[in-house]
Design a binder for this molecule. Structure first.
Ligand code: ZN
Length: 255
């Protein structure tokens, strides 16, 4: 089954909404397989209305490896009573994703995890993604860096603060915390998260040698980042191949 490109209709047809549920459920299963998740925390969301305010989110305290398309919560970021629902989401999921979907309509898909290498980099005094290879240069000047960690993000103001730090960037290195990646579709955003963790892995390994980094000059890093933009369709081929692997091993994500 092909990955869903961002639908253009609003409201979505029932089939489009179901395909978005299936793609997001696949992303949870794949993230668990790649060890990007943390226990039953972390959260992925996907806007399903044109204004971005209505979005899908994982249920509270559910392990990524068990999530099914039909179980994803459908929330409204403008609904102040959301946390009073019997199936209320995790408070930090609501504060981070609810605020981003309320304030940044362009962020259709929002993936937040504490992956091993991204989080190790986030623990450094300088958690920035320096352009030292093709993968890290993909993010040159395209990722915000938050150095204002203020404890568990389970209060409204912390969500608002993270929205301000994200600004016009699509992704964020969250100092003392983890990573946050946004994009137009689950496939594109998952692909960016994949390459961000790969870039972080390379940087952590390079730092671990104790040798000085060979950071690209600004012009070369920008040229490399722009080069990546012509490979955007690869994100869909990547995600479709990963979904096909799930279909072979455990297709229950799509139920
Ligand atoms: Zn977190």
């Amino acid at each position: 089954m092909n990955a869903q490109v961002r639908p253009s209709s609003d409201p979505l047809t029932a089939d489009e909404l179901w395909q978005m549920r299936v793609d997001l459920a696949a992303a949870f299963r794949l993230a668990a397989a790649m060890d990007w998740h943390e226990a039953v925390g972390n959260h992925f969301s996907l806007a399903v209305s044109a204004d971005g305010t209505k979005f899908l989110l994982n249920p509270k305290a559910r392990h990524f490896s068990t999530i099914r398309a039909s179980e994803l919560l459908l929330l409204d970021s403008m609904d102040a009573d959301t946390m009073k629902r019997p199936d209320a989401p995790d408070p930090s999921a609501w504060c981070i994703h609810g605020r981003i979907h309320a304030s940044v309509p362009a962020a259709r898909c929002v993936l937040h995890v504490h992956p091993p290498y991204g989080t190790a980099l986030a623990a450094l005094a300088d958690p920035s993604i320096k352009p030292v290879d093709q993968n890290s240069a993909r993010f040159y000047n395209r990722i915000a860096t938050d150095l204002g960690y203020d404890g568990l993000a389970d209060f409204h103001e912390e969500g608002e603060r993270l929205v301000r730090v994200l600004g016009t960037k699509r992704h964020m290195m969250m100092g003392n915390h983890g990573v946050l990646v946004t994009g137009d579709s689950v496939a594109e955003t998952f692909d960016d998260l994949y390459f961000l963790e790969r870039a972080a892995r390379t940087l952590v390994l390079a730092y671990s040698t104790g040798q000085p980094l060979n950071v690209m000059p600004d012009a070369l890093a920008e040229k490399t980042a722009r080069g990546w933009e012509s490979y955007k369709d690869d994100a869909y081929a990547h995600f479709s191949a990963l979904k096909a692997s799930l279909d072979r091993t455990d297709p229950s994500y799509a139920t």
